[in-house]
Design a protein around this ligand. Structure first.
Ligand SMILES: Cc1ncc(COP(=O)(O)O)c(C=O)c1O
Length: 385
């Protein structure tokens, strides 16, 4: 059998860093262990009933065929209005592309823009998929470090901009740090993008999961709509991870590039799911507020609980993760996570999955019922105190 079966691009992507821990998890579970999974990246709530009903109705009405590749015109119009009204982005339905999840939109954006050797700035810590998408495109990554001391706000971007810098990817509210970038931080990035002529992919999937803070879209700044691809989706805000639906607003040339990839990959987002998306975005938003209120309750409980055990844990302003420095308790986060799993039956994600500089951090998801979080804190206490 030949050895070069997989392409160099696929070989350049690492296996998921959490796989080994998943294996241990599975072994323990098969022996009857009550594992609490604090590594989940999805809301534990059910999709609200009125959204499910819209999809059921669409199915019963025979809405089971291909749609236009960029999405149903009515959905694209509703999304453009949402982005104009809520996010102050100067866009129109012709710039909106709907796809099977925000992840595929990130993939299409990067692969529309990046040539072999082009540089992409990623802000560490970053969601794992950005690095993989850049590697698949043949691009090079320039990592910019952030730190807990600066509330994970990037400060030294200018130093890392080179002649080949074509794209910067930002994500606020941030997975894994929970940081929400301030207006000043975003303005600084916008000014650099204009001065040094690069594009910005702004992943705003957690925009509604935000506490006592304001979400600002970088595309709303002067001249930025022409150089920003704003990616968003319904997975997190409406508890719709399994439905696979997301959208982006992109400048026309980039939109055209993404559309070509879409036409030759997924064709379009699922037809009846697009109806569910119409009802979610244009329906009453009380369901979102309720979920966010529950996430906030859990965040406050968990941050208090962990800090009282002596863990250094910032109060995140968004998303549903805590990013915690565990250097006082273990050699590194991998050792800490393994100990938590084997001795406390708690699954957590080590920070090195999210880029350089966070080998001593773990990500703890609180998309888990509060009763389980209470048990989790007790188990951590039994191990570290
Ligand atoms: C920052 C970020 N962007 C995008 C996604 C994926 O969203 P979707 O389910 O719409 O593909 C995730 C999921 O974990 C995420 O954390």
């Amino acid at each position: 059998m030949r050895k070069d079966i997989l392409s160099n691009r696929v070989n350049s992507i690492e296996d998921s860093a959490t796989l080994r821990l998943n294996d241990i998890s599975e072994q323990l579970r098969s022996k009857g262990a009550d594992i609490i999974n604090l590594s989940v990246g999805e809301p534990d709530f059910d999709t609200p009933a009125f959204i499910r009903d819209a999809a059921k109705k669409a199915l019963d009405d025979g809405d089971t065929h291909y749609t236009p590749s960029a999405g149903k015109p009515r959905l694209r119009k509703i999304i453009a209005e949402k982005l104009k009204n809520e996010n102050k982005i100067d866009t129109s339905s012709g710039n909106i592309i709907v796809s099977a999840g925000a992840k595929h939109l990130v993939y299409m954006t990067v692969n529309s823009l990046i040539n072999e050797g082009d540089e992409v700035i990623l802000l560490s810590p970053a969601w794992v998929t950005y690095e993989a998408c850049v590697k698949i495109s043949g691009g090079r990554i320039n990592w910019i470090m952030t730190s807990a001391d600066d509330q994970f706000q990037p400060t030294n971007i200018q130093d890392m901009i080179g002649k080949k810098t074509k794209l910067l990817i930002l994500n606020s509210p941030n997975n894994p740090s929970g940081a929400v970038y301030s207006k000043d931080t975003l303005k600084m990035i916008a000014d650099l993008a204009i001065d040094y002529d690069f594009f910005v992919l702004s992943d705003e999937i957690y925009e509604k999961i935000i506490y006592d803070s304001e979400h600002v879209s970088i595309a709303s700044f002067d001249q930025m709509a022409d150089r920003t691809i704003t990616v968003n989706g319904l997975s997190k805000s409406y508890a719709m991870t399994g439905w696979r639906i997301g959208y982006a607003s992109a400048p026309k040339e980039i939109f055209d590039g993404m559309l070509k990839i879409q036409q030759h990959s997924v064709s379009c987002a699922p037809s009846f799911v697009q109806e569910a998306a119409i009802s979610a975005i244009s329906g009453h938003q009380e369901c979102v507020n309720e979920m966010v209120a529950e996430f906030k309750r859990r965040r406050d409980f968990l941050v208090d609980g962990l800090n009282s055990l002596g863990m250094r844990c910032l109060l995140p302003k968004g998303a549903f993760y805590l990013f915690v420095d565990v250097s006082d308790f273990a050699k590194d986060a991998n050792e800490f996570s393994e100990k938590m799993l084997k001795e406390g039956y708690l699954a957590m994600t080590p920070g090195d999955a999210f880029g350089p500089g966070f080998e001593n951090y773990i990500r703890i998801s609180y998309a888990v019922p509060i009763e389980r979080l209470k048990v989790a804190v007790k188990r951590i206490e039994n191990i570290i105190v």
